[in-house]
Design a binder for this molecule. Sequence first.
Ligand SMILES: Cc1ncc(COP(=O)(O)O)c(C=O)c1O
Length: 400
Amino acid sequence: MSTEEIISNTKNYLMNTYGRYPIAMVKGKGSWAWDANGKKYLDFVTGIAVNNLGHCHPNITKAIRDQSKKLVQPCNLFHIEGQGEFAKMLVENSFADKVFFCNSGAEANEGAIKLARKWGADNGGKYKIVHARDSFHGRTMGALSATSKKYQAGFKPLLPGFKSVAYGKIEALEKALEDEKVCAVILEPIQGENGVVLPPDNYLKQVRRLCTKKKVLLILDEVQVGMGRCGKLFAYEHYGMKPDIMTLSKALGGGIPCGAFLATNKVAKHLSPGMHGTTLGGNPLAMSAGKAVLDTINKEGLLDGATDSGHYFLDSLKVLEKKYGKLIKEVRGKGLILGIEFKNKEIAKTVVDKCMDNGLLTILTIQTVMRILPPLNVKKKEIDYAIKTIDKALQEVADA
Ligand SMILES: Cc1ncc(COP(=O)(O)O)c(C=O)c1O
């Protein structure tokens, strides 16, 4: 099908919910993707932090192919071999004791909110949830209630009992937790959609301490930054603290819809049969892909790889920051979630668009930030290619 035919079908038959580029991707391999016109791109969007092993990694392809021949979906009325196996792997690699599998990031956060509320109901009737003002937790009504106001417009009334505070300001959280009806705080350890915002030094440790002191659960949303993205399997490992509940999705299923919320036994025991569920969550196909993802991350040393590549990429971006001080406000990142904040939105859009024209895919976030999400197994020469492409775009903007 031609690009025009694909776009025409989108326009005619799909709800108009996405601002899409006039590009239709049809093929991917490793760090590279091809559109319907045969144009090749270095894909540092990675499906928005989904393809952490690159496109069509042979281990994931094999796992999906093999499982699809055996059993795709028996449903949760029965025990599912892959669920226990994948949950065991996640538990052995994290703070958690128990896992619930669902299908997406928003759904994982819905589940986490329900679990926190059930824990709160069993602990004196606490139900309020505190979240960061500019956070992103998803588009379903519960997750949306904990998300930045700009995504909420037009969809009120939302869920009651949510309060927002500034991210990174421990005093603001301290004040919010004076309310004895608060059962949980939900935070992204690093904010992705808000422009790759890193927590101030010690902030997450202070949040942990405060939550423990106030007998409030801490939910970390690692949907975007988990599964090796930051150079550790989970971002919280960078900050010397642990959550009570963690949510995952995106890279978890290697591109097959898969989400999860994980919790300690102390918290997880508040759910019992009938309280939460999903038809497709934890299906064998998603579990086989998920096991292949985690297994490959561990066996191929991708956490160290992401750490090294992340340092190399950030150092290279810092050279550009110096060279184009008039255009760039700041470069920042952790592992392989990287951001270039530009001085204004016109510069940001021009640079992202020029890079795309020249075959490098990145994401424009909060209008002023170029978010860069390479696969964890990105090659040094691919990073060099990206830097050269960004450099060229910046030079053209500087010369204009
Ligand atoms: C931190 C975070 N949480 C939740 C979500 C929602 O995930 P999904 O789009 O799978 O519902 C996203 C999506 O970008 C995210 O970045």
